[in-house]
Design a protein around this ligand. Structure first.
Ligand code: GLY
Length: 338
């Protein structure tokens, strides 16, 4: 299965393939950045840089390590190959966008989350102590190679983590996908897993081709669940919670908020919560997180403006829109009642 994503500087192909074929294609001008878990799981033998797994590696220090590793090896004709999950893709992608003012980037996502979301669309970046993804760029890959067999080695928690973005696509963009997940939650060994990954890529492709630089509000709907989700991740210091888990909680909280302010039809939040629970994802804010600290983190969200917070809300399953200027008091009420 293959598709082509068009963008302002050209186009790239996204292809579903397998690990052996990806590794067999690597040549002398390919510089592989991965993480220690992926390296060990696939027994990577060729030259590479492996960073520590986890969101903590999306920081300035690790970015510096990648730049310096490249500086000893790659000239402008080199290709950086980001082999791993969302953290590796975002970090290595930002290194590719900035090393020698930009070198080619090949995304090889090995986690479900990276396959269905972060490897496509050109967003790359790192976190700052003040907030998630605060330094970054739009740097489209030259190719995305998806080794679907990598899902077999993905730990169950990380599979469920990635499934949150699949549920998000269904809830925000495609009612039929959502209904099919309600009927049968996603499983790594399901016969149709490749079709579902491909379906998510087609959904994302349509959105990013329409609003590549997130200026019209269209692309922002991919952030359903993320305003609250990012705030939870940040308030927990990225420890004890994975991105998709935080987004799952965020989808439910944001949907309750949307119902309260009359943007979503009654029942949307319960339907989404039921679905996410059936996938084994968390749907409640972890105890001990103060509502005020979450609001504080949301103020630093890139969508927030002076007149209030911004959310990508699902109004009914399959339909979503960006709403700006949401008063903090409305958000506080929902957070305090969770
Ligand atoms: N992950 C959301 C986006 O690519 O816009």
């Amino acid at each position: 299965m293959k598709t082509t994503v068009r963008h302002s500087r050209g186009a790239y192909e996204v292809e579903l393939t397998d690990l052996a074929s990806v590794l067999g294609q690597l040549g002398g001008q390919d510089f592989v950045v991965t993480d220690e878990n992926v390296r060990d799981a696939i027994r990577l033998a060729s030259d590479h840089l492996a960073v520590q797994p986890g969101e903590g590696s999306k920081d300035v220090q690790t970015l510096g390590r990648v730049w310096e590793w490249l500086a000893g090896r790659a000239d402008r004709s080199g290709r950086l190959v980001a082999l791993g999950g969302g953290v590796v893709g975002d970090l290595a992608g930002f290194a590719a966008a900035t090393y020698m003012r930009g070198i080619d980037l090949v995304m090889v996502p090995t986690s479900l989350l990276a396959m269905v979301d972060s490897s496509v669309g050109g967003k790359v970046g790192i976190d700052l102590p003040q907030g998630k993804n605060l330094a970054g760029a739009f740097w489209p890959p030259v190719r995305v190679l998806i080794p679907i067999d990598a899902l077999r080695t993905l730990p169950a928690r990380h599979f469920a983590n990635g499934s949150a973005e699949v549920w998000k696509n269904g809830a925000a963009l495609d009612e039929r996908l959502f209904e099919s997940l309600l009927a049968q939650p996603l499983q790594a060994d399901a016969k149709n897993i490749a079709e579902i990954v491909f379906q998510c890529i087609e959904l994302k492709k349509a959105v990013v081709e329409e609003d590549e630089f997130e200026t019209t509000g269209r692309r922002a709907v991919l952030n359903f669940g993320h305003t609250v989700g990012h705030a939870i991740e940040q308030a927990m210091n990225y420890e004890g919670i994975l991105h998709g888990e935080a987004v799952a909680i965020g989808m439910v909280v944001e949907s309750r908020l949307a119902e309260n302010i009359g943007v979503a039809s009654p029942g949307v939040a319960d339907t989404i919560q039921k679905g996410l629970q059936s996938q084994g994802l968390p749907t409640r804010i972890p105890g001990g997180l103060a509502a005020a600290s979450l609001i504080e983190a949301m103020r630093r969200d890139k969508k927030a403006r002076r007149n209030g917070l911004a959310f990508a809300f699902v109004s009914q399953i399959g339909t979503s829109k960006l709403i700006e200027g949401v008063p903090e008091n409305d958000v506080l009420k929902v957070l305090e009642n969770q």
